[in-house]
Design a protein around this ligand. Structure first.
Ligand code: HEC
Length: 467
C-alpha cells in the first residue's frame, strides 16, 4: 500500500530506481515509525528512548532480543509491569513494521555524546611526519615514503620525510572560505597509467565572485626535482549558470570502486534547497567513469535537465567519501548544520533528505525542519549531535593495528578528532576516538607502512602503536 502511494508521488520515471533501492526493510521501518508514535512513544519516549519505559535504542533486552521475542512482548504484553498487550490492537504486519523500526534504531542511531566516546589515544604514539605545511587538505601515498599532499592555498606537493617538491602548473583554485585546492587521489591503475585526480573550488570565467567545485586529472611529468602537471583533462565542471556566490560547502573527496566508477561529492554551497533539485549539481554525490564520461546506468539519466552525473541527492556537505575495499559500500560523512553530522551508506538514486529532514538545527538554535524522517528519504546509518564537523574519511587497511582492520577513520574539524568506526556491511557497530585536541583534522589515510597519517592545520602526523 505505502509502496503504491509512494510511486504516485514520484513525478519522474527515474524515481522507480529510487524505490527499488529502498529496501523492503527500510519501507517497513518507515511504516513502523508512524505506528510507534501512535502506540508506544507515550511510554518508551520519542525515537525509542527517553520515556519511562526502558529504552529500545540500546541492545539490552530484558525479555529476549530476537525478532520473535520482541514480537511476543508486543503481542502478549508483560502484565505485572505495565507493558500492555497489543495482540488485539495491531495486525501481524503492523507488528512486523514495528520490529523493523526498532531494528533500524528508530529514526536513526545517534552516537553517544562526544565526551563519552572512549579514547584509545593512550595506546598510540603520535609523531610529526611533515611540518611547515599550510592547511594540508588531501594526502595520498604514491610510494613507500612519498605522498601527494594538497594545500588549501593552491599548491600540490610531493612530500617525503626528508624532501619536498612542489608540482608546478596545477590548475588555479580559489582559496575562498572553505574553498581551495581540495582532494587528491590517484587512479587504481596509477602504477601503469600515472593519472592523478584533483578537486578544487573553481572561479567562473565570466564573474570572479562565482565559484563551483571542479574535478580534473593529469599526470606528473618533468624531472624529479622539478615535477610539472601535464596531460590535464577536465572530468567534471558545472554549467556556467550554476556557479554560485560564497565560500561554503564544496564537498569533494574522490574515491573509486572496483568496477571503474569514480565518486565525488559537491556540497550544497550554502543553498540548501538546491540539494533537492536534480537540475543543480550541488548537494549531490556524483558518479562518473575515470575519463569523465557518464555511466549508462546512472539513476537520473531519464530526467530532463538533470545533471547526468548525479548518483544521490539531498547531501548537505560531503567531505568524506570512501569505497570500503572489502564490501564496496560507498561510505560518506557529511556536515550537518548545528548537530546532525551524518554517516551514510550511499546508494544509487537515493534521496538523503537535506534540507527536508535533519537531526540538526539552524546555527542560531531555531528549528530548521520539524522532520528527522520522511517516507521517501534515507536515514543516516549514524549521526553526531552535537556536530563533530566531519572532514576526511578512509578505511584502515594496514597491519600495525590488526584489530582496526576494516574500520572507518573519520576526521573532524571542530572536535579535533579522528573517530575509528567499526562497521559490518552497512551497519554501524561502535566508535572510539583515536586522537583528540591535536588540531582540526582535514584528512586521514592508511600509509604503506600500516601507520595512520592525519592532516592537521600545519603538519601531517604519523600514528603507530605505542612501544
Ligand atoms: C503504558 C506504557 C507502555 C506502552 C504504551 C508500551 N510499552 Fe512497552 N513496555 C512498557 C514497560 C513498563 C516495559 C518494561 C517492563 C520491565 O521493565 O520489566 C515495556 C517493555 C517493552 C519491551 C521489552 C523490552 C526489553 O527490554 O526486553 C518491548 C519490546 C516493548 N515494551 C515494546 C513496546 C512497543 C513496540 C510498544 C508500542 C506498540 C510498547 N512497548 C508500548 C510500557 C509500555
Amino acid at each position: 500500500m505505502t509502496r503504491v502511494l509512494f510511486l504516485t508521488t514520484c513525478l519522474f520515471a527515474a524515481c522507480q530506481g529510487a524505490v527499488e533501492q529502498k529496501t523492503e526493510i527500510g519501507l517497513a521501518a518507515d511504516r513502523g515509525r508512524a505506528i510507534y508514535s501512535d502506540y508506544c512513544a507515550s511510554c518508551h519516549g520519542a525515537n525509542l528512548s527517553g520515556g519511562q519505559a526502558p529504552s529500545m535504542a540500546d541492545s539490552n533486552w530484558e525479555y529476549g532480543g530476537t525478532d520473535d521475542d520482541i514480537r511476543s512482548v508486543i503481542n502478549a504484553g508483560i502484565e505485572d509491569v505495565g507493558m500492555p498487550a497489543f495482540g488485539n490492537v495491531l495486525q501481524n504486519d503492523q507488528v512486523s513494521d514495528l520490529v523493523a523500526y526498532i531494528r533500524r534504531g528508530g529514526d536513526g542511531k545517534s552516537t553517544p555524546p562526544t565526551d563519552s566516546v572512549p579514547s584509545v589515544q593512550d595506546q598510540v604514539q603520535i609523531e610529526t611526519w611533515a611540518d611547515n605545511l599550510e592547511e594540508p587538505w588531501g594526502i595520498h601515498f604514491i610510494g613507500p615514503v612519498t605522498a601527494l599532499v594538497t594545500e588549501k592555498t593552491g599548491k600540490l606537493w610531493l612530500v617525503s620525510p626528508d624532501n619536498r617538491v612542489e608540482v608546478k602548473g596545477v590548475p588555479a583554485s580559489a582559496n575562498v572560505g572553505q574553498g581551495g585546492l581540495l582532494d587528491v587521489a590517484v587512479d587504481p591503475d596509477y602504477a601503469t597509467n600515472g593519472w592523478v585526480y584533483l578537486s578544487f573550488a573553481h572561479t567562473s570565467e565570466s564573474d570572479p565572485d562565482l565559484l563551483m567545485t571542479k574535478l580534473v586529472r593529469g599526470k606528473i611529468g618533468g624531472a624529479s626535482e622539478e615535477p610539472i602537471w601535464t596531460n590535464g583533462q577536465t572530468l567534471f565542471e558545472a554549467k556556467p549558470e550554476h556557479y554560485l556566490k560564497g565560500g561554503r560547502h564544496f564537498g569533494s573527496r574522490i574515491t573509486f570502486d572496483k568496477n571503474g566508477y569514480l565518486y565525488f561529492g559537491v556540497g550544497d554551497r550554502g543553498y540548501k534547497d538546491m540539494a533537492q533539485d536534480l537540475t543543480k549539481p550541488n548537494g549531490k554525490i556524483h558518479r562518473i567513469f575515470r575519463d569523465g564520461s557518464i555511466p549508462g546506468d546512472n539513476p537520473f539519466l531519464g530526467i530532463e535537465g538533470a545533471y547526468p552525473s548525479i548518483y544521490s541527492h539531498g547531501n548537505r556537505n560531503p567531505q568524506g567519501t570512501i569505497i570500503h575495499p572489502e564490501t564496496q559500500v560507498l561510505w560518506e560523512t557529511e556536515h550537518g548544520p548545528k548537530g546532525g553530522d551524518e554517516l551514510n551508506a550511499i546508494k544509487s538514486g537515493v534521496n538523503y533528505g537535506w534540507p527536508k529532514i535533519s537531526y540538526g538545527r539552524n546555527y542560531d538554535g531555531t528549528v530548521l525542519t520539524p522532520h528527522t524522517a520522511l517516507p521517501d528519504m534515507a536515514q543516516p546509518v549514524s549521526q553526531w549531535t552535537p556536530s563533530i564537523a566531519v572532514c576526511g574519511l578512509d578505511v584502515y587497511t594496514g597491519n600495525l593495528f590488526p584489530e582496526w582492520n576494516g574500520h572507518l577513520m573519520a576526521g573532524a574539524l571542530a572536535h579535533e578528532t579522528v573517530r575509528l568506526i567499526k562497521v559490518e556491511g552497512e551497519a554501524y557497530i561502535s566508535e572510539v576516538s583515536l586522537i583528540k585536541d591535536k588540531g582540526r583534522v582535514r584528512d586521514v589515510t592508511t600509509g604503506p607502512d600500516g601507520a595512520i597519517y592525519v592532516a592537521l592545520p600545519t603538519k601531517i602526523v604519523r600514528i603507530s602503536p605505542k612501544t
